[in-house]
Design a protein around this ligand. Sequence first.
Ligand SMILES: [Cu+2]
Length: 462
Amino acid sequence: MPSRRDFIKAGAAGVLGAALVRPHHLIASEPALSLTASEGRVVFGSDQENPTRVMYYNQSIPGPLIRIPQGRESVIRFHNGLDEASSVHWHGLRIDNAMDGVPDLTQAPVRPGERFEYRLTPPDAGTYWYHSHMRSWAQLALGLAGVLIVDERNPPPVDQDLVFAIDDWRLDRAMQLDTASLGSMHDWSHAGRLGNFITVNGNTETTYPVASGERIRLRLVNIANARIMNLLFHEPQISVVAVDGQPVKPYAPGSGRVILAPGQRTDLILDMTGAPGDSSIIELVIGEYAYEIASFSYGQEVRREQLPDTSIALPENPANRLRLPDQLQHVPLLMEGGAMGGMRSATFEGREMDIRELVQRNKVWAINGVVGMTEEPLFRVRRGTAISLDVVNDNSWPHAMHVHGHHFIDDRNPGTWRDTTLFNRAERGAMQFIADNPGKWLIHCHMVEHMAGGMVTWFEVT
Ligand SMILES: [Cu+2]
């Protein structure tokens, strides 16, 4: 666990590049967008002498905010300006399999200098994100991630629509990314790569101006490699209205706490009840410490004296209208391995190996006794089959399990359609969904070091 001192404090960040451009929002006012991955440098603090070397999209940390319409095709042209192959995965979108961005499963890796045209027709509105799915344990840690919003046709009226893309970086004292520890066996076999520097939209301790009486939609996105974000809000009027893009019946989070596993999103509606001149902070809780990561600052204006009486519920998505039948095809999903896990052997590349041999290959996690990707899928079903992935997390670590191309019901919280769900140590639960999207889809842990270490499999819908 990092100590308070390990969290480096810095001022507001800017992006060095085209004359110190700030992380910016790119709005999809036209149907085609372009996304270029490249290496470059950013400054996380105004007094930072040595800008931090990163990988980024469109020279921005995080990547540009992409907004596309629900139910219509948007074209996003990806250009790989890196010295290594890459790809873009659109996390949570129930789109065409060929557009899912998984190298060697749904597309060839995009080589340096090459382009790939992603055509996205998202059926569901909501808050999503995009990131590299190529060596994501490295490319995500270096910065290749951004937020994607699919706009509702009729969103509930709000005064501000804010995004918090929350990231976790591992920086050294010179404010450079610790690249020597990328691929560290310790990280891979424990909780994944945890950082020491938290940013919200690429900045630290940013103040967001608000007005008394305002209604704000706040979209929280955990874009970290492995850190579970345990957030604490001090505003009293706060409601969860969507998780992982899908609307839920609005509810107040207990004690102002919102927990986001890597890859997860939560949409909040906040009614700002403070007085002019007030401020309130948003904290990240780690163990017994709480760190301020952003704040709201009330201006002198009063937007309205009384809270708006309009509904805060989001319009239903097609995903919400899916109904699970009584009969489900059960698929066991036993998660084993990691440090203090007791796994003695597993099958890797078709051969049974003992744990020592697996560790030499950086492969320390298994699903149903098998490490990593296989020729044959975990299951192959006809389109429309209802599946229950019966998860047993039989190891010492939490895991954020993500299913590509589908939303599922987690039977521990059956009112909610998710694409990523957290299983704590020794927990069990079922991820239940209708396999209705043809193609080859991943199931993996979104602590991306665990995925790289073997906690990944796939299924096929025919
Ligand atoms: Cu995991």
